[in-house]
Ligand binder design. Structure first.
Ligand code: DX5
Ligand code: ZN
Length: 221
């Protein structure tokens, strides 16, 4: 396969919520591909971020697809609400879904691209029977709940195992890495099989966020 540019998905969790429109415009005017939106309910994760009205507000400014990451219990209750709010990709946590197959198919039937997020302690081999139903696997490289955490080193091993499974079972499913991504680990992650990178703090705490996005985009996969 010829080398290609990675998909970059800046996380607005690290944006300035008092200037969200401005920060979404910043992503619009950058080399980013998607806009990562982290929805936290204070139950699946020990933090509350933002919900549907804020997502709708982001959608009004966004000129790139919304990559929505649900860190909530019972996500199946809200799929249509997230479509109406503007989600293009909708990712649910493996650990939050009793009937994952049904949920992934429901997401696709609503016209969104389904994704599965998987926590650092959940073996990637548990995705064997679900990979083909997902357009995206979001491999968590931190415990979900907060921006600005350190990358967990065991992710390297997990990514290699996930990549092998993906290549065997569902070559078109994308692998996205979320948590602690920066300019130091981006090239290695892409070399180990990632297709897409989420970055929150690395982008929004940079002096020049657009340049930070551009620096991630220069690597190849
Ligand atoms: C963490 C979220 C991430 C977060 C990443 O629970 O899922 O998307 O925004 O932030 P950084 O890149 O700062 O680790
Ligand atoms: Zn996320």
């Amino acid at each position: 396969m010829p080398a290609s540019a990675p998909i970059i998905s800046p996380s607005v969790l690290s944006a300035d919520f008092a200037h969200l429109g401005r920060d979404v415009e910043l992503i619009n005017d950058s080399d980013a591909d998607w806009i990562h939106c982290d929805i936290m309910d204070g139950r699946f994760v020990p933090n509350i971020s933002f919900g549907l009205p804020v997502l709708q507000a982001i959608k009004r400014y966004a000129r790139k697809p919304l990559d929505v990451h649900l860190m909530i219990v019972e996500p199946e209750k809200y799929l249509e609400d997230f479509r109406k709010a503007g989600a293009d990709l909708l990712t649910v946590q493996y650990e939050a879904c009793t009937h994952l197959n049904r949920t992934l198919h429901a997401i696709r039937e609503l016209g969104m691209r389904p994704g599965i997020a998987i926590n650092p302690a959940t073996p990637v081999e548990l995705l064997r029977d679900s990979l083909a139903d997902a357009d995206l696997i979001l491999l968590m490289s931190v415990n979900p709940g907060f921006g600005g955490q350190s990358f967990i080193a065991n992710t390297w091993n997990r990514l290699q195992r996930l990549r092998a499974l993906r290549d065997e079972l569902s070559p078109d499913t994308l692998i996205e890495i979320d948590g602690g991504v920066n300019d130091q680990n981006a090239a290695g992650l892409l070399a180990h099989g990632a297709d897409a990178l989420v970055a929150g703090n690395f982008v929004f705490k940079a002096a020049d966020p657009r340049a930070a996005i551009a620096s991630l985009k220069t690597h190849t996969r």
